[in-house]
Design a protein around this ligand. Structure first.
Ligand SMILES: Nc1ncnc2c1ncn2[C@@H]1O[C@H](COP(=O)(O)OP(=O)(O)O)[C@@H](O)[C@H]1O
Ligand SMILES: [Mg+2]
Length: 413
């Protein structure tokens, strides 16, 4: 397929809408980011649309600002979604090759994946992704691509992500009302992982942690694919709220204090300066010592990573992630000392993830963790459009109200 001129990724975060527009470089597979924008959105709460009109405005603003920065216009978007309405689990499928030639075809692969996704789902939920982890042929495990091989029993392990249909529909409605078409819906974590987790880290075992404002996404990779994913309904905004309540100031002031002075680990404390800020009335000025401010921030940071550690322990995937360690991203990973806090509480090596310059190019600011998911969506779009890869495993490519999943699943590969 010919390379398109521009692609756009829209990350419906847990509390922000973030857009990046990119273009494939003429030579090679690299993508160049042309422009982007990230705006707060009061219409979404933890990734769920609570006000379509406000969400529509935020989508318009993010895309229009990104278009202005990029100097191009876009009509269709790769849309990243997140939030605790997303759930995931692993499943298996099997398919007997009854033909005499027994050479596995792409249709056989489609059939075995269809078998793996034939699961009972309540009427208010739908499948967002079916991600094949590995195939086995006549009980021989670890076959990466069985097409062209011979065998009689084809099996597959898959990771399935399901979503609330109503929540997806509301997100899609807001985007449609803003005047954009959704080319594909993607679980944000999946796109982010494509961008930030290296093939080696995916192979060895690693943990992706997207620290959003109101939601945290976890992804465990091992043996090359996603084994576990989870949305947890806490986030970095909780730190802001604690600070606002503790200092009796507004959320906006607390956010500014957090971003300018906040640290996630006590080892970064350097002196004990007095910090000036305005009270909640916006007029009365007050002062607080850095050490006092940390008394509000550090316990919440600790709590967040403890929740992550406990979830991981409860998942039975905790043992897989130590070789590659934790890769942190999302706006929350910008707080200084966050990797140190993660290392201490998760007991893993941790780094803040950064997109690989071999994959994407562009101004430094687009490499911020705030844009990681949107950048992942661009990479995802690239793979989906003129390559073969994970995007092709998405089962949902049309607005829900246009195309209901009725058990007739279309192309997987
Ligand atoms: N420099 C920073 N230091 C600390 N926290 C930050 C910084 N920048 C953004 N954040 C926090 O990141 C969170 C938003 O993360 P982001 O990934 O942009 O949102 P979303 O959850 O919508 O994907 C907010 O809680 C915000 O306060
Ligand atoms: Mg984010």
């Amino acid at each position: 397929m010919a390379k398109p001129e521009v692609v756009a990724g829209l990350d419906m975060g847990s509390g922000r809408v973030t857009c990046l527009i990119g273009t494939p470089e003429p030579e090679g597979d690299r993508l160049r980011v042309l422009g982007g924008a990230s705006v707060p959105c009061r219409g979404i709460n933890g990734g769920v649309v609570v006000n379509i009109l406000e969400t529509k405005s935020a989508v318009s603003q993010a895309v229009e600002e990104a278009e202005a920065a990029a100097g191009v216009t876009v009509s269709e978007l790769f849309l990243g979604v997140r939030g605790t309405h997303l759930q995931s689990f692993n499943n298996k499928g099997a398919f007997n090759i009854a033909r005499t030639d027994r050479e596995i075809t792409a249709e056989d692969v489609q059939s075995v994946v269809a078998n793996a996704k034939a699961i009972p789902l309540s009427s208010d939920r739908e499948i967002l992704h079916v991600i094949p982890q590995s195939f086995s042929l006549d009980r021989q495990r670890g076959v990466p691509n069985p097409v062209g091989m011979e065998g009689s029993l084809l099996e597959v392990d898959v990771h399935i992500v399901t979503a609330s249909s109503a929540h997806l529909n509301n997100v899609m409605k807001a985007v449609a009302q803003a005047g954009f078409e959704v080319r594909e819906l993607v679980y944000g974590l999946l796109a982010t992982g494509e961008e930030l987790v290296t093939p080696e880290e995916k192979d060895l075992g690693s943990l992706l942690v997207d620290l959003g404002g109101q939601s945290i996404s976890l992804g465990v990779y091992s043996e090359g694919s996603l084994r576990y994913s989870k949305e947890i309904g806490v986030g970095s905004d909780f730190i802001t709220r604690d600070l606002a309540v503790g200092l009796r100031t507004s959320m906006a002031t607390a956010e500014r204090l957090k971003i300018t002075h906040g640290i996630a680990h006590s080892s970064l404390m350097n002196g004990d300066e007095e910090i000036e800020f305005s009270r909640v009335d916006g007029r009365t000025m007050d002062k607080v010592k850095a050490s006092i401010m940390m008394n509000f921030i550090l316990p919440r940071v600790e709590e967040i990573f403890t929740i992550i550690a406990e979830d991981l322990q409860g998942s039975s995937y905790a043992d897989l992630v130590s070789p590659g360690g934790a890769i942190l991203t999302g706006g929350g990973s910008l707080m200084r000392g966050v990797a140190a806090a993660a290392e201490e509480i998760l007991g893993l090596q941790a780094r803040v993830g950064i997109a690989h310059p071999e994959q994407v190019a562009g101004d430094e600011k687009w490499f911020s963790p705030v844009y990681a998911t949107a950048m992942g969506l661009l990479t995802f779009a690239q793979v989906s459009r003129w390559g073969t890869g994970v995007a092709r495993q998405t089962s949902r490519q049309r607005p829900a109200w246009m195309r209901r999943l009725t058990g007739l699943f279309e192309d997987l590969f």
